[in-house]
Ligand binder design. Structure first.
Ligand code: MRU
Length: 348
């Protein structure tokens, strides 16, 4: 079954409500771009590529609400919508990439003399969505070459169909390997504090009948010591020019453990996740989320009232700990500075 995470229908943005999974399957239907912003903020839709698609569709919804008026006025109002969407979450590069692409499409549409600006922006948002699925399939094809029969693969957070328009990046590699008949077993980190692994990745693995075992985050090192993990694959929120990679909090610890145990550590991500403008990971904006995510789960308190909390949603894994990065154009390895420069120029 194909999971459609976010799509456009009858001039509305429809998305799977990921907050409700795995217990309830329901959709959120957004008719206003501000609903899309709220959905990005509260994790109804999450995962870098899915956030990008939702942002593009949110911008298209915003465009629909702008009455037809002179081009300069339309542009000003559309940019105001885009600025609001860009404030929803800071770390995933795909959000900013999608908004830049929508703005560029507006300029091209204006230059071409076409009159239905909102209609053209809707078409572009739908294209971004369709391309994302195609890109993930290509990531899967390339990445599956790294997977062997019998592999026991650890993944963190959810980099699956739910984190993209469909198919997934890290889980796309796992899906592709399965489609090729490789026997694999997936270990799923539960991924504190929001449990994207337990709630979403475990759900996707069940849906696809891919053998999987759920573990708490703090068990990963022991499993590596027991030789239960042969490979680690995760997604990314932002990859910078030297290969440093922001991904869900806990990813860095896994990369250090992988190095210590001699286990290959792979990142799977589309080129829209790359931020070629940043030289190192130190300047990636890291989102800090509400402390209630750490002190409570589904409204139930599990820490003393008033305790101080630090809740960064992402961490940065240095490029030197990453064995390879799988993209839709192929697999790149160290030294990342030159490999990523080639990727930017479209040489890889
Ligand atoms: O806070 P989230 O759930 O949006 O974080 C998601 C992740 O960190 C994913 O690993 C990343 O976006 C890659 S998704 C293909």
């Amino acid at each position: 079954m194909m999971i459609q995470t976010v799509f456009w229908k009858n001039n509305k943005v429809v998305m799977i409500d990921q907050k409700a999974l795995p217990l309830n399957r329901r959709q959120l239907v957004c008719s206003d771009y501000r609903q899309v912003i709220t959905a990005i903020k509260d994790l109804t839709v999450r995962g870098a590529p899915a956030i990008g698609v939702a942002a593009a569709m949110g911008a298209a919804l915003g465009a629909l609400s702008i009455p037809s008026e002179p081009v300069a006025q339309f542009r000003k109002k559309f940019h105001a919508v885009c600025n609001e969407i860009e404030k929803s979450r800071p770390t995933a590069r795909n959000l900013f990439w999608a908004i830049e692409r929508m703005k560029e499409h507006l300029e091209n549409t204006i230059l071409s003399g076409k009159k239905n600006l909102a209609g053209e922006l809707i078409r572009e948002a739908k294209r971004i969505c369709a391309e994302d699925i195609e890109i993930n399939r290509r990531i899967g094809q390339h990445g599956s070459a790294l997977i062997s029969d019998g592999d026991q693969i650890l993944t963190h957070c959810n980099a699956g169909a739910l984190a993209t328009a469909g198919y997934g990046t890290a889980l796309g590699v796992i899906r592709a390997a399965r489609e090729q008949g490789k026997k694999i077993h997936v270990y799923v980190d539960e991924t504190r504090p929001v449990l994207q692994g337990a709630r979403l990745t475990a759900w996707e693995m069940k849906e696809e009948k891919i053998p999987a075992t759920l573990i708490c985050d703090n068990m990963a090192g022991f499993l590596m010591q027991q030789n239960k993990i042969s490979k680690i694959i995760v997604g990314a929120d932002r990859i910078v020019a030297n290969g440093d990679t922001a991904n869900k909090i806990g990813t860095y610890s896994l990369a250090v453990l992988a190095k210590s145990h001699g286990i290959p550590f792979y990142i799977a991500a589309p080129i829209s996740t790359f931020d070629f403008s940043l030289k190192t990971g130190a300047t990636i904006p890291i989102e800090e989320r509400n402390g209630a995510e750490v002190t409570h789960f589904k409204g139930v308190q599990s820490a003393p009232q008033g305790v101080k909390v630090y809740n960064p949603a992402f961490d940065i894994t240095p490029g030197k700990l990453i064995s390879a990065i799988i993209t839709e154009r192929g697999i790149i390895t160290r030294p990342y500075s030159s490999a990523i420069a080639r990727l930017r120029k479209g040489i890889t």
